[in-house]
Design a protein around this ligand. Structure first.
Ligand SMILES: Cc1ncc(COP(=O)(O)O)c(C=O)c1O
Length: 426
């Protein structure tokens, strides 16, 4: 018998179905509280939604094509202008909205377009692990070679005094500076930095970003930053800082972000890339042949908020306040259940080490071989879904003792999860 032929292109063979889809299916099957997938179970601000509805209603004839037809390839002018205004307010950097901003269908498309537009086959791209799962696939689509630098859990070496570099914020995941420096070679084309970071909740410190910027400049490397959680930080000593603001970095940084996390509108998939005209040209080369342009009325809606006017800032403050309460509540519950909690400084996830927690008198580390087995049990038997993070590591052992819980949920949802966890881990 000849071997069955697979239709799937080789470049996707290593990736399979994303873990988010897998865990959500399992959560639905068992009626579990879904703290696995990182989307809010509450709605975004009314004023943004109304602006999109108004745009859709505006229609338009052939003389004035209106807001239901294709937008300009690199973004509706009204949105590019708003993004430039918001960027200036946050960073003090002024950009030309028409040549230095590209609107994409979510940050996910921006990540892919950046890789496709900048990476030649064989070029090396440095990724911190654990990584958001689209990074690896996007590097693979471009024919690039990923190089991994590990973010280590604070106190991950059991029995060994708590280890952390002085560079990282206290209690944050950290990396070895010499490991990062060693990842740069003459083939390195880009480094991707996600801050605030999914899944660890790490906010890269100024000192860490300075080191990254110095290495980028020394090796003539482009930085691609994923800043989708830029507004969601909880620790005044670790504010979000854009890498593009460091000396010499504006020329070599492509800053990616999106509307979804900041305004709890993840389903809109409006994202953007900010970079010099030359960097933007690279992103647009890929964008024009994939989506070409993103949903026009949603761009009009987004334009209402991206300039960071008073209603937008109020909405962000309200969200950060709610998330901070969710973070404290869930962290407390998880701690009471016996998990070692790695308190996040940003984004909306809590990573825990589950191995020393006990259920039914047994230590979980003795009962489950890895994070996947633990998370499947937690979902199907306890009724709370979490993500097993080893899928985000090349060096899987770092992820095995960990699990990721999302706290971007209504308090009622978190309380329901807490009730179930408390019964299982009493
Ligand atoms: C780090 C990170 N980047 C990008 C995205 C996707 O952003 P978007 O929905 O705008 O495509 C996510 C979503 O979870 C994320 O966590």
């Amino acid at each position: 018998m000849p071997e069955a032929r697979t239709l799937l292109a080789d470049r996707f063979a290593p990736f399979g179905t994303t873990i988010f889809t897998e865990m959500t299916l399992l959560a639905n099957k068992h009626g579990a509280v879904n703290l696995a997938q990182g989307f809010p179970d509450f709605d975004g601000p009314e004023f943004i939604k109304q602006a999109a509805i108004k745009a859709m209603g505006a229609g338009g004839g052939s003389d004035a094509p209106g807001q239901n037809q294709y937008a300009r390839m690199f973004g509706a002018p009204v949105l590019n202008a708003a993004i430039a205004e918001g960027w200036l307010k946050r960073t003090g950097l002024s950009v030309n909205p028409d040549t230095e901003i590209t609107v994409t269908s979510g940050c996910t498309e921006a990540i892919c377009a950046a890789m496709m537009g900048l990476i030649n086959p064989g070029d090396e791209v440095i990724l911190f692990e654990p990584y958001y799962d689209s990074y690896r696939a996007s590097v693979a689509m471009a024919g690039g070679v990923p190089k991994f630098v590990t973010l280590r859990a604070p106190g991950c070496d059991k029995g060994v005094p708590l280890r952390c570099t002085p560079l990282a914020g206290e209690g944050q995941f950290w990396f070895e500076p010499h490991e990062l420096a060693g990842a740069f070679t003459e083939k390195t084309r880009a480094i991707l930095v996600n801050t605030p970071h999914n899944p660890t909740g790490k906010v890269f410190s100024r000192e860490e970003l300075k080191l990254i910027s110095e290495l980028c400049i020394r090796h003539d490397v482009i930085a691609i930053t994923d800043e989708v959680y830029e507004h969601l930080t909880f620790d005044a000593s670790l504010p979000h800082v854009a890498l593009a603001t460091f000396p010499g970095m504006r020329e070599r940084t492509l800053t990616l972000s999106s509307l979804g996390k900041t305004f709890s509108l993840t389903g809109w998939k409006i994202g953007w890339a900010i970079g010099t005209p030359e960097l933007s040209r690279c992103v647009r080369s890929a964008h024009q042949f994939t989506t070409f342009s993103s949903a026009t009325p949603l761009q009009w809606g987004a334009a209402e908020a991206c300039g960071l006017n008073d209603p937008a800032m109020n909405a962000i403050r309200g969200l950060v306040g709610d998330l901070a309460r969710g973070r404290s509540f869930l962290a407390g519950v998880l701690r009471d259940c016996g998990f070692a909690v790695h308190m996040p400084a940003g984004a909306y996830f809590i990573m825990v080490d589950w191995t020393d927690a006990r259920a039914g008198g047994q230590r979980l580390g003795d009962r489950f071989s890895d994070d996947a087995a633990f998370c499947k049990w937690l979902t199907s038997e306890v009724g709370v879904a979490a993500i097993p993070p080893s899928v985000f590591y090349e060096h899987k052992d770092h992820g095995k003792p960990l699990a990721r819980f999302a706290f971007c949920k209504r308090m009622g949802t978190l309380e329901k999860a807490a009730e179930r966890l408390r019964i299982a881990f009493k």
